[in-house]
Design a protein around this ligand. Sequence first.
Ligand SMILES: NC(=O)c1ccc[n+]([C@@H]2O[C@H](COP(=O)([O-])OP(=O)(O)OC[C@H]3O[C@@H](n4cnc5c(N)ncnc54)[C@H](O)[C@@H]3O)[C@@H](O)[C@H]2O)c1
Length: 252
Amino acid sequence: MVKIAVSGALGRMGTTIGRIVDEAPDLELVGGVDVKEGTLFGTRVVPSTEIDAFLKEKRPDILIDFTVAAAAVENVRAAAGNNVALVVGTTGFSPEQREVIRGAVEGNVPAVISSNFSVGVNIFWKLVREAAHELGDYDIEVTEAHHRYKKDAPSGTAKTILEILDQELGGREKVYGRVGETERKDEIGVHVVRGGDIVGDHSVLFAGNFECIEISHRAYDRAVFAQGAVRAARWVAGREPRIYTMQEVLGL
Ligand SMILES: NC(=O)c1ccc[n+]([C@@H]2O[C@H](COP(=O)([O-])OP(=O)(O)OC[C@H]3O[C@@H](n4cnc5c(N)ncnc54)[C@H](O)[C@@H]3O)[C@@H](O)[C@H]2O)c1
């Protein structure tokens, strides 16, 4: 049995992951951490200030983290220090935080880190790369929509889209929303919508003369991310100690 612990255990993603792990015959849910204590499908959730003692006592094979950026950095450090492999879905990291995570992980534990664990989004990113490669002279607009409680903007998934576009097209200027007189040049427009319980919508519009192509993805249930994260957890156990992408997990 592969032992799994969840950080952010009382959050939207944490509870969804807890349910999937609890129902999986090959996985054992050993508990979690969050800001406050609580329970997760019959296991104990302890305050994150106690993460080190929790990892030493429960000895999980993998910690799955869906929290907030600052917390995730600390949880990654604690897991790496206790030889616990990682799956990190938290978004909103600064470049400095990414470096701290890299330093903690590389050479110590294997970790799958992705701004989106859905299979569909990983295919969508591939399609965006292909379209950008072929349609570099089209105008490009990126739009994302999420629920009213999402903390970071643009989404981690949208930032990954922008990284892919940068890799294919060079670092074009980004314009975040447009207002007033705005002459269009070759910038990439980025638009963020927040409202209701939208699970996660992303689209990339390539607009040329006389035609447009739009590539889009819509998630209907956050179980799609949770299932992907659990798939990554099964995959990462026993790998070489470095950072992996979800594309590697899926063999794309
Ligand atoms: N990669 C993906 O596929 C994917 C999918 C959905 C959401 N996300 C990201 O996952 C993160 C969580 O999303 P959510 O919708 O579950 O948010 P949420 O607010 O419902 O849950 C976050 C949880 O983390 C807890 N937390 C905060 N600080 C903590 C700490 N120091 N230690 C432990 N727990 C702590 C909060 O109390 C909360 O319970 C966000 O960054 C979001 O963007 C990623």
